[in-house]
Design a protein around this ligand. Structure first.
Ligand SMILES: *Cc1c(COP(=O)(O)O)cnc(C)c1O
Length: 232
């Protein structure tokens, strides 16, 4: 089977899962966007995906993302940066990303704003929310109590647009209660910022739970591209 056929079959299978989960939740599949996470996979796969109708792709490492976005610049894709971000790299990420889903601290805001301004673009930003228990080690994302302040800082930046929230389900805990907490954080955010309606949650292993809890965007890697090399 060609790589194109493999990706096409995997994409179809993911779309079937999304439709089933939406049917079970009484939701319209049209409200659930799909970002295909292409990290660790070559630009040739991004090209095949674009040819198969994928418009949104996700990357989590700056250097890899920058190179791939340059390589695929002719495809007019929407690049989502979904990884941990160093503040000294924020402006550089804003130079190619169309959406940064992993804004987890106020320190990133000025660099992102500067990078977007230099490109004369408006950069969509999501606040990454930690769903880990308070004090857990290795948590990424803002504490829910810090979300309103961070959201205000993004909304006030000239070249940034506050688009909503993003989260990854914590390890070692069922995804559903975590995504329910995220839905509450998202609802509170919309009270202050009605335009910030995106809820990015759900990966290959938990897209059904995310859809049940109101996710409007899924980030799917391995179910479309296959297993990643194990060294991450
Ligand atoms: C890798 C990654 C994904 C995709 O994960 P899969 O389990 O391969 O679908 C989604 N979100 C983030 C933040 C990631 O780093």
């Amino acid at each position: 089977m060609s790589r194109r056929d493999e990706l096409a079959g995997n994409l179809d299978a993911v779309r079937v899962r999304i439709e089933a989960a939406c049917a079970a939740a009484g939701r319209d599949p049209g409200e659930v966007g799909l970002v295909v996470v292409t990290k660790y996979f070559p630009p040739s796969d991004v090209r095949l995906l674009a040819d198969l109708g994928v418009r949104d792709v996700g990357e989590n490492k700056h250097q890899e993302a920058q190179a791939k976005a340059a390589d695929c610049a002719d495809l007019s894709l929407v690049w989502h940066f979904i990884g941990g971000l160093q503040s000294n790299k924020a402006a550089a990420v804003a130079a190619y990303a169309d959406v940064v889903e992993s804004v987890d601290r106020p320190k990133l805001v000025s660099g992102l704003n500067r990078g977007a301004g230099e490109r004369d673009a408006v950069l969509d930003c999501l606040v990454q929310v930690s769903l880990d228990p308070p004090g857990a080690s290795g948590r990424s994302g803002a504490d829910p109590s810090d979300v309103p302040g961070l959201a205000d800082a993004i909304a006030a930046a000239e070249h940034l647009r506050l688009a909503g929230v993003m989260a990854v389900a914590p390890l070692g805990e069922p995804a559903r209660p975590a995504f329910e907490r995220l839905a509450q954080v998202a609802e509170r955010l919309r009270a202050d910022h009605p335009e910030a309606a995106t809820v990015s949650a759900g990966m290959s292993g938990d897209l059904e739970e995310a859809i049940a809890c109101g996710a409007t965007r899924l980030r799917i890697g391995s179910s479309v591209l296959g297993p990643r090399p194990s060294i991450q």
